[in-house]
Structure formats: structure tokens, C-alpha cells
Design a protein around this ligand. Sequence first.
Ligand code: MN
Ligand code: MN
Length: 425
Amino acid sequence: MSDRQPAGPAGQSTVPQGAHLLDGTPAEPSLVSSAPLSRRDFAALGGAAALGALMPRPITGGDRHGAGGATHIEPVGKDIEAPEPLPSFRYPIESQTGRVYAAGSAKESTVKQMPVAEGLAGVSMRLQPGAIRELHWHALAAEWAFVLTGRCQTTTFDPEGRSEVNDFGPGDVWYFPRGFAHSIQGLGPGECHFVLIFDNGHFSEYGTFSVTDWTSLTPTHVLAQNFGLPEAAFAKLPKGELYIGPGKVPAANATARPDGSAHDAPLTHKFRLLAQAPRESPGGTIRIVSSVEFPISGGMTGAYLTIAPGGLRTMHWHPNADEWQYYVAGRARLTVFGSSGRARTEDVSAGDATYIPRGYGHHIENTGTEECQIVAGFNSGIYQEVGLAAWMHNVPPALLADNLGIDEEQGRRIEHAAVPIAARS
Ligand code: MN
Ligand code: MN
């Protein structure tokens, strides 16, 4: 193999001789030290735990996490013989206080609040009429949003010098690629409440690059020279980061920009997700917006699910993306299957955030008396899922009988259950 990873520095062992990667395949020869650890050394380092620590960490997703500096580490147990139990994948995001201002508020879920959520973070934000989530950008993540209630207006400016102003109402989605300049403002009447999802679990909404943060750190003579204005023009600059502040309610459908400013962006940042016809299932509905339907959304896919009482979002997994969910309404039981004899079930309800690592099996039961509504985000612009029932329908019934003990006649009937959301049985 020519693309071997180099062995560790001279004299430093990387993986003990004969070691196996955690999926059972032998470690690459190049990773095996010429001076293997003795059994005692290995034990002193914490045995199998040390093996995990010494293992080269797989970096997946390429650009997806690259710029954020976050690598996706499979949360496998450290001890091969006794895997660690699955960690909690639920965080009650709406029960925290978050950042509260007169004009609005923000509550977040990152790896700090929900350690399993390496690949995605989320925020619940509220803006009063006219309130500004100030001009800012993100170094670490793209931003996907779903408006729950009220109306707001965004502005964005891209690296090609193109801009767009858009109004949003309930069920509308926006997407800003990583690093794109943007702002959000409440349009009223009433509060606007939306959920933001970011394609990096290490992203904090409280660590964004805000314009007032920068200008308040910059000498006035530099600002004057930079903007070609007299120093007096900056007399009212906020001292420190504004983040969320009051403002005048802007005109709706404001598409006009100052004379001579850049032209419209060729790819719109707005998608009307709830205005799309859903994919109907016996027990509910699914709407999905990937880069196929919404071309600018290159790094993320979003979804809106409804599950009727007694309904089941059927057993499935996503081969190419982690999933971050926000429960808008209802009560449910979410189960995540993590291999090695591990599964975890948690009761979730409106106001909770949850996270399912890439490849982990999962299903959702509506345990309440009202419809369960879920907003979900995935950190890939390509949507993929594999449904267990759809798969089993494609397995020869004789193999199914040998593997699962389901007799062939029953096996042939699995087709009828191969739906995204099954009705109450
Ligand atoms: Mn933002
Ligand atoms: Mn899913």
C-alpha cells in the first residue's frame, strides 16, 4: 500500500503488535510498532482503553468538519469486552435560560450540553418585532434554520459580492453556507421563534463573529480609513458585542438595496419547506429538503416529520450523516441502537433536542395523544436513509427465515410495513 499513514515517531508505539481495530480487522502493518508494548506496558497504559487512545482517529466527512477543526470520532466503547453504555442523546434545550435580552433570546445545544452531539449543534432563538440578531458570520459552521412561529427577515452577502434579502414565515427554511455574512430581524407582529441547526457540534452560537465585536476592538481612525468616513460617524458605535438588540421593524418584502450595491445571489437562501406537498405515510408525513430541492444547501439536509398518535417512525439509519432533532410538539419515545448489544430509549417531548450519530439505528414512537412534530437537520446536503423493513423486503425470504426465524410466507409480507411512518397497529 502506498498511501500508508506513517508510523509514529521513532521509539513510540502506536498500536501493539497483533492489535485489531475495533471492527475486528487487523491493524495496518505500518501502524504496528517495531518495538511493541509489552503486556505490562499495555496494562500500565490502561489496556484496551489505551488501545483506543492510541488508535489513529478517523477523520470523516472531509470538508464537512475540516474547517471547524472537529473530527468525528466514533463513540465506540473503550473496552472491547464490555462496551460502554450509550450516552444520553437527549437535551431539554427549551428548559435552559440561555442568553436573554429585552429584544430576544437564544438557547443552545452543543457538545457542551449534549456530549454525544459531535456533528451538529442547535439553537432555539426568539426575536421581538424589529429585534436584530446582528450582522455576523460563522467560522466553524453553516447555518440551517426552520421558522416555527412569527415572521422575520434575513440579509446575506456572499464571497462573490452578491446579496439577498428574504422574508420568512412559519415553515420556511434558510441556509447560509459557512462564512457567509448574514443578519436576522423580527418582522412582527409578535415574536418570531426559529430553530437553527449547525453542521458542527463544537459550534457555539455565543462565539459567532459579530460586527460590533470587531468594530469595538478597532481604533476609530482605522474605522474611518476603512469605511472612508469621518471619525465622528462612529460616535455611537456599540461598546462591545450587540448580539441581539432592538431595531425598527423593516419593510416587508424589502428587495431594494442601496444604489450600486451588488446584484442578487443566483442561488436563493430561502426554501418554503412546509409549503411543499409532504410524502404521505400511513402514520404521518415527511418533508425533506436537501441540496437537490434547495441547491445552496450543499452541506445540510433538513426534514419536517409528523407522527400521528400511536404511529411509528420506522427503524432506519442514515449512512452519510448525523441527525439533530428538535421536538416541536407532542410526546415520543426515541430508541437508538448502537451495536455491541447496546440500545437506549429516552422519552422526549416538545422543547427537547436529540442527536443520532451517523449509522446508528433508530426509531420513534408517538406515545402521546397529539401529533408529534419534529424538525430534523443532517450534516450532508445529500439525503440518505436505509429502512430496515425496506431492506428485509429485498432479502430472499429463505435467508430471512434462516437469519431471523421469520417464516418465508411472513417474510414475503414485509413489503406492507416498508413505510417511513407506520400507523398505529
Ligand atoms: Mn448566524
Ligand atoms: Mn432518522
